[in-house]
Write a protein that binds this ligand. Structure first.
Ligand code: CAA
Ligand code: NAD
Length: 302
């Protein structure tokens, strides 16, 4: 937590109580990892059904972790699961729970206005020391933070799907993020058992600035008829050693999220062919075929 003997070190926030807003695939995964590493977590979403599903998913994924980590010690494994679950509570009212939070981390839909409205409202309710962070894939942290009066206590914490497995967190500082806030976010990532990299507030940070153009080029390749989805996926798995082919990965990330990201970038850079739209992607999203989470995307999962 400390940065040498600097007096500013006392302002570093040790993150213990975390509010995670959005109980979808990312929010639930982050909640799982935070709860398993001894943080008290409140998971917030718009309705009880989503929250029930999220907690059930966390329990199922904790069992997967335990199967490996406590293979020879089932009792210790059960205790680990119960302890983690006890650290998770849920709420449909973010305003009432942020009062006790050291960190408010948002993982809701990839839409600037909705994220700004959320943080703008919470800014008035959260204590002064509370750090705000977004798990956005593609939106400028600076723009999200602009709806608040805590620019120095606002940063990005970008996790990867599936959160319990992927070891990386990108920690993003805007030009206004204080060193203390950045250090607190780095320390939190470390406590979660993740490796972090420092990122500037540039579009897509490091990973997505490279990954999304790759996924879009693959969709265009398929649209041109240059290869079947199956062959392209096999080619990238066996030719490059990637764990998933690009169509499998796009379905895994969520085609709505892929489209939200590309919509933003193509609007901001209309002349850059790397960010060009795809008719096929637009059609699939319009049909509600959002990938694995809805049972169909490029592939069927039922
Ligand atoms: N929770 C806990 N454990 C999980 C899990 C979860 N949600 N999902 C998988 N696992 C565990 C499994 O239990 C398994 O553990 P063991 O090795 O101990 O058996 C291990 O992870 C591997 O899982 P599986 O055997 O089920 O399947 P797999 O070998 O095909 O691996 C995968 C699955 C880890 C998802 C792998 O395919 C992979 O790494 N895919 C690429 C994922 C990726 O690139 N993610 C980044 C997406 S981009 C992003 O997230 C950023 C953005 O902003 C869009
Ligand atoms: P998701 O659709 O699985 O989950 C989003 C959740 O947010 C839903 O449960 C929804 O009900 C809830 N929600 C929406 N508006 C809300 C509000 N105002 N208040 C409370 N809850 C609200 O999406 P996801 O894949 O978990 O992505 C969430 C965020 O994480 C996005 O910003 C996305 O870009 C980013 N992200 C996604 C991935 C990925 O691979 N899917 C990886 C890293 C970052």
């Amino acid at each position: 937590v400390c940065r040498g003997f600097s007096s500013s070190a006392v302002r570093n926030v040790v993150i213990k109580h975390v509010t995670i807003i959005g109980g979808g695939q990312m929010g639930a995964g982050i909640a799982q990892v935070a709860a398993s590493t001894g943080h008290s977590v409140t998971l917030v979403d718009t309705n009880e059904d989503i929250l029930k599903k999220a907690v059930k998913g966390i329990e199922g994924n904790l069992k997967r972790v335990v199967k490996k980590k406590f293979a020879d010690k089932p009792e210790a494994g059960e205790e680990f699961i119960q302890k983690a679950l006890q650290n998770v509570s849920t709420s449909t009212d973010a305003g009432s729970v942020v009062r006790d939070s050291d960190l408010v981390l948002e993982a809701i839909v990839e839409n600037l206005k909705i994220k700004q409205d959320l943080f703008g409202g919470l800014d008035k309710l959260a204590p002064a020391h509370t750090i705000f962070a977004s798990n956005t894939s593609s939106l400028p942290i600076t723009d999200i933070a602009s709806s608040t009066n805590r620019l120095d206590r606002f940063g990005g914490l970008h996790f990867f799907n599936p959160v319990p497995v992927m070891k990386l967190v990108e920690v993003i500082a805007t030009s206004a993020t204080s060193q203390e806030t950045f250090d607190s976010l780095l320390n939190f990532s470390k406590k979660l058992g993740k490796t972090s990299v420092s990122c500037k507030d540039t579009p897509g940070f490091i990973v997505n600035r490279l990954l999304l153009p790759y996924i879009m080029e693959v969709i265009r390749m398929y649209e041109r008829g240059d290869g079947s989805k199956e062959d392209i996926d096999i080619a990238m798995k066996l030719g490059c050693g990637y764990p998933m082919g690009p169509f499998e990965l796009a379905d895994y990330v969520g085609l709505d999220t892929v489209k939200f990201i590309m919509d933003g970038w193509s609007a901001a850079n209309p002349d850059n062919p790397v960010f060009a739209q795809s008719e096929l992607l637009t059609k699939l999203v319009a049909e509600g075929k959002l990938g694995k989470k809805t049972g169909e995307g490029f592939y069927k999962y039922k």
